[in-house]
Design a protein around this ligand. Structure first.
Ligand code: ACM
Length: 266
């Protein structure tokens, strides 16, 4: 498959401008799956629930989902994109998978980071796997990387590729993603943003870029720079994620000792 990622610095609140940036970058792109960052069109640092309400949209009946579906139809591919979801009384930090025919699946971020807890509701979608063409894809969002259970559940459900839209500010994820990919024997695709935001009285956030694709063997197919704005396309065989053998003797799923893991969910 050909997988594309677009790393850039969205401008807070400028959804149309940010969409035009993405549109311009992906014009003529040939790929099977395009992955975009967390909160791609809105920007990240909300300062109130009212502000979030003004920028969030319903899924799939909002402007952003329609624009993404049109883009997917035009490019003949699937797209994963982070967005602010308006679900009536609740707002979720979500990611959608859209194809040429429209919405395929939604993931609502389970593990909220810092001030996100003030505006968003913790996700209730669980960790589900969807077909993006011939590829089985699961989604997590940014801080979910810290919780290995999320990637493990997606793996148990058959994900070959874990798509990870992000707005990372801590320096750890790009390193630890190698472990997530290796321990689950999946492709782990982190798509981060660049730039900085400082809004209202909140602290300045500097996003760490370094979007990357890691193979089931824990090898980095590419890693973008910290400040680089780039569209990157990479080709790999998702079926490489079907082999769960870490050694000749060790199956990373089959060798689990679930009878000893009860405390994990206490
Ligand atoms: C994050 O979860 N956006 C750090």
């Amino acid at each position: 498959m050909k997988l594309a990622v677009y790393q850039f610095a969205p401008r807070f609140g400028e959804k149309k401008e940010n969409l035009e940036r993405v549109r311009g970058a992906v014009s003529g792109l040939e790929c099977d799956l395009l992955v975009l960052p967390e909160l791609t069109l809105t920007g990240y640092q909300f300062t109130s629930r009212e502000e979030l309400a003004g920028l969030a949209e319903p899924v799939p009946d909002g402007w952003t989902c329609a624009a993404l579906s049109e883009m997917a139809a035009g490019l003949g591919c699937h797209i994963i994109c982070g967005l602010a979801e308006d679900a009536g009384e609740r707002y979720f930090n979500s990611a959608v998978l859209v194809g040429p025919g429209g919405l395929v699946g939604t993931y609502r971020k389970a593990h909220l980071f810092c001030e996100e807890k003030s505006w968003f509701t913790p996700g209730d979608s669980g960790f589900n796997v969807f077909d993006a063409g011939d590829v089985r894809v699961g989604m997590i969002i940014c801080f979910d990387w810290l919780f290995p259970e999320a990637a493990r559940i997606l793996t148990l459900r058959g994900a070959q590729v874990i798509a990870h839209p992000a707005n990372l500010v801590l320096p750890w994820c790009q390193k630890i993603a190698l472990a997530r990919a290796w321990e689950n024997r999946v492709f782990f695709v982190t798509v981060n943003r660049t730039g900085a935001e400082q809004r209202g009285t909140l602290g300045r956030l500097e996003f760490t870029g370094q979007s990357q694709v890691v193979t089931p063997d824990g090898e980095i197919l590419f890693r973008l720079g910290e400040d680089e704005e780039a569209l990157k396309v990479v080709e790999f065989d998702p079926a490489d994620a079907n082999d769960k053998m870490a050694t000749e003797y060790n199956d990373v799923l089959g060798d689990r000792r679930t009878e000893l893991y009860g405390p994990l969910v206490e």
